[in-house]
Design a protein around this ligand. Structure first.
Ligand code: URA
Length: 209
């Protein structure tokens, strides 16, 4: 079963508080989401492999470490996932970015894929799927299905806030995928919102209603 990591770094928790606050406006919400994504990217890349290289400092030769040529990919689930991309790219500027777009069928309530554009060598990349809210888990499961169908083998899921229901769904359908969160909240309400959550992440990021 996939592991769940909740990043309890004080900076992440502090910024998340203001992201949650209903009085935080679009500009600040976007900036804070960006910053938290950067901090989470710092934590999520802890296990990247290093390799030794020889360089010359002004004083002489030295053995030193660099990241071992691992190819990374970021895959936001449209549209709210877009809000986390730039923050991750600040730390990993060479990562490629794919996109998966899903909408919810109004009759079946199931997520339906409407757009997928991915880096060509997706099977060679370590992918970080990003979506601020892991609610029922339906979109994340479908996005990961979509990536696996196209050859992806190494996938992590990074969200700001999850409900236990969403975590359980991803763990059931994709036991190979670890989940990285800033917070694990209490539950979903009858409208499918995470409680206490932050409201609709897409609307808050883009100033829509
Ligand atoms: N999507 C959101 O944006 N917010 C929620 O609380 C649940 C799903």
């Amino acid at each position: 079963m996939g592991k769940v990591y909740v990043f309890d770094h004080p900076l992440i928790q502090h910024k998340l508080t203001y992201i949650r606050d209903v009085s935080t406006g679009t500009k600040e919400f976007r900036e804070l989401t960006d910053e938290v994504a950067t901090l989470m990217a710092f934590e999520i890349t802890r296990d990247l492999q290093l390799e030794e290289v020889t360089i010359n400092t002004p004083v002489g030769p030295a053995q030193s470490s660099v990241i071992a040529g691992k190819k990374l990919g970021i895959v936001p689930i449209l549209r709210a996932g877009l809000g986390m991309v730039e923050g991750i790219l600040d730390l990993i500027p060479t990562a490629k970015v794919g996109h998966v777009g899903l909408y919810r069928d109004p009759e079946t309530f199931q997520p339906v894929e409407y757009y997928v554009k991915l880096p060509k060598d997706i099977e060679e990349r370590d992918l970080i799927v990003v979506d601020p809210m892991l609610a029922t888990g339906g979109s994340a499961v479908e996005a990961i299905n979509s990536l696996k169908t196209r050859g992806a083998r190494n996938i992590k899921l990074m969200c700001l806030i999850a409900a236990p229901e969403g975590v359980a769904q991803v763990q059931q359908d994709h036991p190979d995928v670890d989940i990285y969160l800033a917070a694990l909240d209490e539950k979903l309400n009858e409208k499918g919102y995470i409680v206490p959550g932050l409201g609709d992440a897409g609307d808050r990021l883009f100033g829509t209603k």
